[in-house]
Design a protein around this ligand. Sequence first.
Ligand code: NAP
Length: 257
Amino acid sequence: MPSTHAFSVAGKVALITGASSGFGRHFAKVLAREGAKVGLAARRVDALESLAQEIRGAGGVAAVAQLDVADVASIAPAVATLERELGRIDVLVNNSGTSIVKPTLDYTEQDWDAVVDVNLKGAFFVATEVARRMRVDGRGGSIINIESILSFRQTGHIPAYVASKAGLTQLTKTLALELARHNIRVNGIAPGYFSTDINRDFLASDAGQAMIKRIPQRRAGNVEDLEGPLLLLACDASRYMTGTTLAVDGGHLVSSL
Ligand SMILES: NC(=O)c1ccc[n+]([C@@H]2O[C@H](COP(=O)([O-])OP(=O)(O)OC[C@H]3O[C@@H](n4cnc5c(N)ncnc54)[C@H](OP(=O)(O)O)[C@@H]3O)[C@@H](O)[C@H]2O)c1
């Protein structure tokens, strides 16, 4: 039986990408509240600084690094900065993500690249940069990819998002396979629909409200609904879990056809 200690993230160092808003901001606050030291990364450094102040004000430890995950050359320096300030990274929450909504036949190469370079290419290069560092002392770590129920189901007008999230879910599995020998676990969380900057307008629309009625639990998620799965995958109690994706969606993936 795991000890209660195994359910703790206290003292771990966690890097959260996309910590400037939405899920990432909440993940950082939750991990800090539970005693982890948190590294906050994204492009909007002002938002990261104000979050870091809030976390420090509540007694936590936080450091900030500006990072554009689509700019692969910027990843290693940002990760190095956070490691210097906080120590070796134990947990990566690979959360940065974006979307462009328009009819598929209007999608340009620039639209495609703007989404895939963040959601898939960026996530890959952040994961591998952090994994190389987790490998060094053999202690390993936990990588948590923020996927989507759109890794498994589909909707119109966001082709690059759907394809990139499906790719990320496969990446979770292949990284888990290859990194297990280094004691690195790679798992995913596939959220259903939650109201954040990325989809607030859609959820407020008639189509969004109609979609919510098709969720078995008949509501969109609240960020607090993600805390349990996040902490489970971050802590040592999930030590025999790797290559798996937890759907957190009020039953949306099992909705009736
Ligand atoms: N909300 C939902 O219902 C839902 C459902 C399933 C999955 N997700 C996934 O959850 C993750 C977080 O989304 P959210 O809902 O919290 O939306 P959000 O509030 O728009 O947050 C997206 C985050 O990604 C960061 N980001 C975007 N482009 C970036 C780049 N090039 N480099 C670094 N960071 C970048 C943004 O920071 P900067 O702009 O400061 O760089 C921001 O902090 C995404 O991967 C999203 O696909 C969300």
